[in-house]
Design a protein around this ligand. Sequence first.
Ligand code: PEP
Ligand code: MG
Length: 581
Amino acid sequence: MISSCFSLHGIGVSQGIAIGRVQLVSHATIEVSHYAVAPDQTAAEQRRLERAIQEVRRELKALRAEMASDDLFGEIEAFIDVHEALLNDEILVGNVKAYIVEHGCNAEWALVQQMDAWVAQFEQFEDPYLRERKFDVMQIVERILKQLMGRPGTLPIADSETHIILVAHDLSPADLLQFKHRHLAAFVTDLGGATSHTSIAARGLGIPALVGTRHARQLLRDGELVIVDGAHGVVLANPDHAILSEYRKLQQAQEAHRESLKALKWRRPLTRDGVEVSLLANIEVPDDLDKAREFGAQGIGLFRSEFLYLNHDALPDEETQFEAYRHVVEGMEGRPVTLRTLDLGADKMRGGIDSLARVAPNPAMGLRAIRLCFAEQPLFITQLRAILRASAYGKIKLLAPMLSGSDEIRPLLAAVEEAKRRLNEEGVAFDRKLEIGAMIEVPSAALALGPFLKQLDFLSIGTNDLTQYLLAVDRTDEAVSHLYNPTHPAMLRLLAHILKRAGQAKVPISLCGEMADDPEMTWLLLGLGLRQFSMPAAGLLAVKERVLNADVSALQKAVTRIVRAEESDKAKALIEKLNRG
Ligand code: PEP
Ligand code: MG
């Protein structure tokens, strides 16, 4: 059957073009009906299940044969092996058959009920590899369901462009962490906003990504050939030859540009008029260090330490944290590492830590980040001890998230003092001059900045949350994503205010929200006075290119007009004009 070409639109959250085959992922992949099966029919129902399983075995065999000559065969073969092992597992299949008899229900229903139980079991595993196997369970169940329902899956990943485009209803940041080790070409989700942590993780992976498509999971089929255009937020399914070759050309041009940027790796980020700029990397897990070094980061401007906690049923102990932090700080060889204390809560929840943040009616405004740490003091002190201990091995700066005002500065400093006191008593070494800073990401902190400037060593602007809280727009919700606008006139004024005050007080300030990663924002931010940018490492060279071409004194003048704009459209037009030079 020849499928026709169609397009889907969403929010492009990570640039680039990927061409590959769809791999569907989700728990509730297919709606299944539930109906009663009479006792004398359950044996027939079990046979129907067996036949479906037999068919899936044949599908996998055909897939194996078809893939044998493919470049990615090694990787795909491992999946096929796991899927076959699951199909041949007597206990798994036996459980479904037993369920049919015990509950007098259809095979599809029994299968889905069992799948949920298996997924829950896999999620319990400490070992990330084993935990990831839950996706295999979901995929194999989906194949069997399709057979049972008379719409067998097309064979995924079955030709020479075997790049995997993951398509899911939703992916949590924790899910994406698991994909860090897989070779993915792109991902597409139905839900999600531009600065949800899943989107941020995609940029960290350096792969094109699209969120908020609403129906991709339903409309795309396993194995379908698609083009993902991250910059324009489009997925094209079943493209014809002309479209494919057009996009291949574009892809090659982008690749060539990326290659040319590599020449900038060792260039000092100085503007044309000699202004020195720092370009730092955001990282989530210690493995991200490789990319930070690859793209010439001058330091780590944001280590989102909470990612160490995701996917763990138990919270990592002091030793595990210390080792992770030490690994990062030693890996940066003297360059500074800004280590943010736990920012759990809101969309960064998973596994064993869920219970800590409790089920809040409005988690983004609830017991999140520093609030959670104050409420769970032993947890906080453990992390502070680990950070302090690692500070003996290189330059660490401690950054606290989500402070809303001066009332929270004192307990923060007191907690650090307490951790220091305990380490002192134990004779454990740490950097006695450890700098302490705060994220400015809650409007109240941005507006009443004085105590932050007086009592802390440095600040970092979190535009992702600052935009969310200033505009009252949930950063993870695609339904309001059209209102999420970091260049809203109110945001520009607030940014101008923060940077001006910090400049007057001579307090170092960086910006580590996704805005820093957007080359279209670089000149605006330079004009506003920003000198330290922190972003996913893959974006560093494109931003450096903009810095090298900037003339700060001219930008400062132009930006004054932009900040005066009262309408978003006007501000947008002026920023575009600024970027044209
Ligand atoms: C921010 O809010 O801009 C930020 C950098 O922190 P996070 O995205 O982790 O909330
Ligand atoms: Mg934030």
